[in-house]
Design a binder for this molecule. Structure first.
Ligand code: 5MM
Length: 346
């Protein structure tokens, strides 16, 4: 393990107020998103969509790292150029999702355990040879009647820590993603309590497994009321609850924090990230960045519709979202950015 290299990579991924773009949807998730828009679900359309993302002009000015999926890391542009070549030529750091999915946890109805540790050392060695420099693993924690149980949180935290240790052994930066999902009727306070407990347990396991905190990135959820809750709080309340939760539970040595969007609208995800940075940035030990999938991709996917004639407009929408989020990292985002973009496109 080369600790300095891990630290340099982790810092470079979030340098210059950039963030990560998650395009690591597994085949099932990608097909589900295509099906919702009537886009054919096959390897050709998935490849064409990923090419659209990777060839977006100026993407590298806002995006420091791209999270790929096993299918995607092996794919090529229509002209035969490997995707990994395009990413490297653009100066973006390639990463790869290495978990094999969240499965039902035996004896704990409604709770999930993420799998993928078997054979991971060998898979990491292959991804490293191919050119990946970081990895991602997502644990899923749901809030509901009497859940999450401690057993679910601990099992997922231990898997995250074992994954992270294997990544660092292989000179790959682990992005550690314990997601407390938004679905449910819970309050913002409940989400804050669960998220803080989860993060404490995750960092205890990372410590036990000797993970170098300076060579990892945390990918948490923002602290939000459940999607079906009638209580929807202000930007300031969300920013305050999220930052307090992180300050209570994330060691200062961690290289950076890059939020998932979790099903928020693209605009709200940018506005909430912006408020956290505009109010708290100077008081925080780590950068607060983004590692969004839907909150960057969704508007572009809706424009694309699987048609070549829509590629340029879809790429403009994708770049716009990436720029909004980079601007939010600086605490300079406001709704005018959306109005100006909409004005240009009507
Ligand atoms: C929570 O999902 C991650 C972040 O995406 P959002 O910003 O849309 O919440 C994302 O990286 C996720 O892990 C991938 O989309 C892969 O999901 P699946 O379920 O296909 O492994």
């Amino acid at each position: 393990m080369h600790t300095t290299g891990l630290m340099d990579t982790a810092q470079s991924m979030l340098a210059a107020d950039k963030g990560l773009l998650a395009m690591d949807e597994s085949t099932g998730t990608c097909n589900k998103r295509f099906a919702a828009l009537g886009i054919p679900q096959n390897e050709d359309t998935r490849r064409a969509y990923r090419e659209l993302i990777l060839t977006t002009p100026d993407l590298s000015t806002c995006i420091g790292g791209l999270i790929l999926y096993d299918e995607t890391i092996r794919q090529k542009k229509e002209d035969g150029t490997p995707f990994l070549q395009i990413i490297k030529d653009a100066g973006i750091i390639p990463g790869i999702k290495v978990d094999t999915g969240a499965k039902d946890m035996p004896f704990f109805p409604g709770e999930k355990i993420t799998e993928g540790l078997d054979g991971l050392r060998e898979r990491l060695a292959e991804y490293n040879r191919m050119g990946a420099r970081f990895c991602k693993w997502r644990a899923v924690i749901s809030i509901g009647d009497n859940i999450p149980h401690r057993a679910c949180i601990e099992a997922n935290a231990q898997a995250l820590a074992r994954y992270a240790a294997l990544c660092q052994e292989a000179d790959l930066v682990p992005v550690v993603e314990p997601e407390v999902v938004m679905s449910g009727e819970h309050t913002l306070q409940k989400c804050a309590d669960v998220t803080e407990e989860v993060l404490h347990i995750v960092f205890e396991q990372l410590y036990l497994q000797r993970v170098v905190l300076e060579g990892m990135i945390l990918k948490p959820n923002m602290v939000l009321a459940g999607l079906s809750s009638s209580e929807q709080k202000s930007l300031e309340d969300v920013a305050s609850a999220t930052v307090q939760c992180l300050l209570h539970s994330v060691p200062a040595a961690v290289a950076g924090i890059a939020f998932l969007s979790g099903g928020q609208s693209a605009e709200l995800a940018s506005a909430r990230l912006n408020t956290m940075n505009s109010v708290y940035k100077s008081k925080l030990p780590w950068p607060l960045a983004f590692s969004f999938a839907r909150a960057i991709q969704q508007p572009a996917l809706e424009i694309w519709q699987g048609k070549k004639s829509n590629v340029v407009a879809a790429q403009e929408a994708l770049y716009h979202r990436a720029l909004c989020n980079q601007t939010a990292r600086r605490g300079h985002y406001d709704a005018k950015m959306e109005a100006q973009y909409a004005g240009k496109n009507t």
